[in-house]
Design a protein around this ligand. Structure first.
Ligand code: P6P
Length: 349
């Protein structure tokens, strides 16, 4: 049981104190988490003043996903890459903003870990002042005595040693897990430190909020349609109808559901037949946090964390949140799996 010596426990103090949980770790993972928190503070500073400086709008480039990059996307990516490259614990990075893995040279090339990261998720919200986030996943390298390679990244989510996100919202929070529960830290701008504000976070077993882009409804699998209709029923005993909350920023929707209970769904659609969200640096890290907090994350068939990745920017359907709500959705998917009309053949309902 962690007993803080005073009412403020900084992230750095907490990481070092929890290092004892890892007899084999000699501080490298602690140092890596601290490197990420430094970049998060720098990005937060820019996010908070984005409207005042010329960092809004399009960067005039596209990322590997074919999505137009915002200036803040590029800035955030540069900051996290620089922070990881300047440390000596991370040997390579897979980023949503880069086609291939970035392999560090010098002392970093011997780093024990690799990091997969979405430097700025929800960036379409930047210009309209809606909260956005960073999502990261940390693996121990499989390769030794050679440069890091794709093999180090194509590991199942269950093999992550740590995962976390930063949400740049009404306050800026860093939430992470190293496999021993989930803890949340709020940035105190007056001292420039992330301070423990949400110790031992637990996701409620159920909730009354569902997050989905209903604009894609006609293209959803039949089971998802039935689940959404179930959420909308007039059933006070089960707190229905639920509320629909969809921010357009996965980190923000996930964070709300982690605290209050709820489910986030991004199923296959006509335009994203394998789902939209990326397995390595969005779904796996949030799935590790969800499971560590007592929630659940599935691709509609099995656990997200059990999926063997095949490619760096692989997309996957995502059903994540309160355990009972994810289970109920999976039940609908199983029950109506034979009624899925191929999205391209869907007629207007
Ligand atoms: P849509 C942002 O681009 C993102 O990756 C998530 O943060 C968000 O939940 C989702 O995509 C929004 O996608 O297709 O509903 O606009």
């Amino acid at each position: 049981m962690y007993r803080p010596r005073r009412n403020v426990v900084t992230l750095g103090e907490f990481i070092i104190d929890r290092q004892a949980d890892f007899p084999y770790a000699k501080g490298e993972l602690s140092s890596l988490l601290s490197d990420l928190s430094i970049a998060a503070k720098i990005v937060n500073h820019e996010v908070n003043k984005a409207g005042l400086v010329n960092i809004l709008g399009e960067a005039g480039s596209e990322n590997v996903q074919g999505e137009s990059q915002k200036k803040l996307d590029v800035f955030a990516n540069e900051q996290f890459l620089a922070a990881l490259a300047s440390g000596s614990e991370c040997a390579a990075v897979a980023s949503e903003e880069n086609d291939d893995i970035i392999i560090f040279d010098g002392t970093s090339s011997a780093g024990k870990y690799v990091v997969a990261i979405d430097p700025l998720d929800g960036s379409s919200n930047i210009d309209v002042n809606v909260s956005i986030g960073t999502i990261f996943s940390i693996y121990r390298r499989k390769t030794k005595n050679m440069p890091a390679s794709m093999e180090d990244f194509l590991q199942r989510g269950y093999d992550q040693v740590a995962a976390g996100y930063i949400v740049y919202g009404s306050s800026t929070m860093l939430v992470y897990t190293t496999g021993n529960g989930v803890n949340g830290f709020t940035l105190d701008p007056s001292i420039g430190e992330f301070c423990l504000s949400h110790p031992d976070m637990r996701m409620p077993k159920t909730g009354s909020v569902y997050s989905v882009n209903q604009g894609n409804f006609i293209h959803f699998p039949e089971g998802v349609k039935r689940y959404i209709k179930s959420c909308q029923m007039d059933d006070k005993a089960n707190k229905k109808p639920y509320s629909l909350r969809y921010i357009g920023s996965l980190v923000s929707d996930f964070h709300r559901n982690l605290i209050k209970g709820g489910i986030y769904i991004y199923p296959p659609t006509l335009h994203a037949p394998k789902g939209k969200l990326r397995l390595l640096y969005e779904c796996n890290p949030l799935a590790m946090i969800a499971e560590q907090a007592g929630g659940k994350a599935s691709d509609g068939f099995g656990d997200i964390l059990d999926v063997q990745p095949e490619e760096l920017h692989q997309r996957i359907p995502l059903y994540i949140g309160s355990e009972a709500m994810v289970e109920e959705t999976l039940q609908f998917l199983r029950e109506f799996k034979d009624e899925n009309v191929h999205p391209s053949l869907v007629t207007q309902l």
